[in-house]
Each structure stands twice: as structure tokens, then as C-alpha cells.
Design a protein around this ligand. Structure first.
Ligand SMILES: Nc1ncnc2c1ncn2[C@@H]1O[C@H](COP(=O)(O)OP(=O)(O)OP(=O)(O)O)[C@@H](O)[C@H]1O
Ligand SMILES: [Mg+2]
Length: 281
């Protein structure tokens, strides 16, 4: 584990060299809002087959880091590399086409279309369909089947005909994940994916994230406040605090580290319940 920004670059890079080239990498990624540095020179590499949890107190810069990676915000400095290629300045749709997938907190849903149509559009958006009739027919069938499959996986098949606007919040969040599955990204980014869900909906989403994690070609980044979720899913944890990367390493070590527990998660060593109760996730 590395703790403290100064030691991170070399040690983390060395320990992951064996895992192959990073799927995603940020180099000195920085954004300033006026005088406030929300993400401060964060250098981190993420690998296929690895699920990294990003933790840290409210306002640490976790969502902003995601916004930079997915292209919602332009960095003030630094680079974003996807499979070694510099994608720092690409707009959101271009990054999405290259495999950066993010659930967009309901903003990407078409509220007046049905649940099924929302997923179908997502499946269609990443397919090239030929112009002859046979291609169109068979492609449409494949698109429908894939859309159905995504709906099954997020347990929304029985609500497929409902307009999205009529769904409760938890179902809309499940649909976001269904759309993300339909887009088949290489990098999955989840920002508190179960926030606002009822207790019985949470296992569906966590099960799906487990399933994605088993696909060793995928790279998963998960911002999560609930430490039991972090513990059950993370291969690796990074800690952000005041925009700085404060720790990076093995989950058990990071969670147990007194410096992380006391200074960066804001809880006394060994008492994770306070963090869970204090989270808004
Ligand atoms: N567009 C913006 N303009 C100005 N300040 C911003 C903007 N976006 C984020 N910030 C600031 O950047 C800091 C980091 O915010 P961010 O939302 O990334 O935190 P977070 O770690 O995701 O917190 P939480 O756990 O509460 O979701 C905060 O101080 C926030 O106010
Ligand atoms: Mg956030």
C-alpha cells in the first residue's frame, strides 16, 4: 500500500506492472474551480479485471474525478489515457464510444420512452447495421434480444413497457445500469450506484457489479461510501481527500490503516459503523 501523495507514483506503478498495460490511466489529473483545487495531480492506473473502490469523505473530489475521466469537465492540467492513447480532450460521446462507460444519474434517460426503448436505443447506438433488408432484420432481432437480456439482468423485464417517467427512483437507477450494460463499455464507472435504492433493490445492483467484475476484460471503478460494500467488492482501494490521492492499495491494508481510518475516512480504527451511518450513500 502507498500512503501519502509523494510515494504513490513509483510504488503503485511497480506493483501493477505485472498486470499488463493499464486500461485507463490518469496522469497528474487536476481541476481548479477558482482558487479551489478539487482534484490535485491525481496519477493512477486501472487495469482490466480489477475493481477499484474510490473512497473518501464528502467533497473529497471523487465525483469530480469521474467527471474529468468521462469528459463532463475539462481538466486544468494532466492527462487521461485509455489503453495508452491520450483521450484527455475528447468530448463525452467520443470517450463513451471508446469504451468509457458511466451511469449518468438519470440524466441520460428518455423519460417519455418505455424502459425497453431506452435500453434498445443504447444497444443500437453501438452497433453498425448494414443497409440490405436481411442485415436490418437480423440486426433488429439481435438488438431486441440484447435489450431483453440487459433488462433481465437488472430485474426490469416485467416493467419493460412502462414509460421511464413512471418508474420509482430505484428502478430508474437500475435502468441506468441496464443502459450501461447495453453500451458494453470497457471501463465501468459507478458513482454510489445504490444510493436512494430500497434495501431489496441493492443486491440486484451489487450482484451485477460482481458479474461485471468476473469478466476479466473489464475495468471497474466504484465510488462507494458503504464500507461493507467496499469490502465485499474491492480488489483495490484508493482514497481521495481534498482532491489528493492519499492511499492506494490492498483493501484490507487500506481499510485497516490508522492514517486512513482516522484522518481520511473520519472514523476511529476498527469502527466502520460510524462511517456507514454517516454516509449519504
Ligand atoms: N462544477 C463545480 N464548480 C465548483 N466547485 C465544484 C464543482 N464540482 C465540484 N466542485 C467542488 O469540488 C469539491 C469536490 O466535490 P465532489 O462532488 O467531487 O466530491 P465527492 O468526493 O464526490 O463528495 P460526495 O461524497 O459528497 O459525493 C467540492 O468542494 C465541490 O464543491
Ligand atoms: Mg460524489
Amino acid at each position: 500500500m502507498t500512503v501519502g501523495a509523494a510515494s504513490i507514483d513509483t510504488t503503485a506503478a511497480l506493483s501493477r506492472a505485472v498486470a499488463g498495460p493499464p486500461a485507463l490511466e490518469t496522469r497528474d489529473l487536476t481541476i481548479r474551480f477558482g482558487g479551489h483545487v478539487a482534484v490535485n495531480a491525481v496519477s493512477c492506473a486501472f487495469h482490466p479485471g480489477e475493481l477499484t473502490c474510490i473512497v473518501g469523505p464528502n467533497g473529497a473530489g471523487k465525483t469530480t474525478y469521474f467527471n474529468l475521466i468521462s469528459g463532463q469537465l475539462p481538466p486544468s492540467a494532466g492527462q487521461i489515457l485509455l489503453g495508452g492513447e491520450d483521450v484527455t480532450r475528447l468530448p463525452v460521446p467520443h470517450k463513451a464510444l471508446r469504451g468509457i462507460g458511466r451511469a449518468f444519474q438519470l440524466t441520460s434517460l428518455f423519460p417519455n420512452l418505455s424502459v425497453f426503448e431506452n435500453v434498445r436505443l443504447a444497444v443500437q447506438s453501438r452497433r453498425r447495421i448494414g443497409l440490405d433488408l436481411w442485415s436490418v432484420w437480423s440486426a433488429n432481432r439481435a438488438v431486441r434480444e440484447q435489450a431483453e437480456d440487459c433488462l433481465e439482468r437488472v430485474a426490469l423485464a416485467d416493467k419493460r413497457h412502462l414509460p421511464v417517467a413512471s418508474l420509482p427512483h430505484g428502478d430508474q437507477r437500475k435502468l441506468e445500469v441496464g443502459i450501461l450494460l447495453a453500451l458494453q463499455p470497457r471501463i465501468f464507472m459507478f458513482d454510489e450506484p445504490t444510493a436512494g435504492m430500497s434495501v431489496d433493490e441493492v443486491p440486484v445492483i451489487l450482484g451485477l457489479i460482481q458479474e461485471i467484475k468476473r469478466d476479466k476484460s473489464k475495468t471497474v471503478l466504484l465510488v462507494e461510501h458503504k464500507m461493507d460494500v467496499v469490502r465485499s467488492l474491492a480488489d483495490r482501494i484508493i482514497v481521495l481527500h481534498n482532491g489528493n490521492l492519499m492511499a492506494d492499495g490492498d483493501p484490507a491494508e487500506v481499510i485497516a490503516s490508522p492514517i486512513v481510518q482516522q484522518a481520511y475516512l473520519g472514523i476511529a480504527a476498527g469502527d466502520e459503523s460510524a462511517q456507514q451511518e454517516g454516509s449519504h450513500g
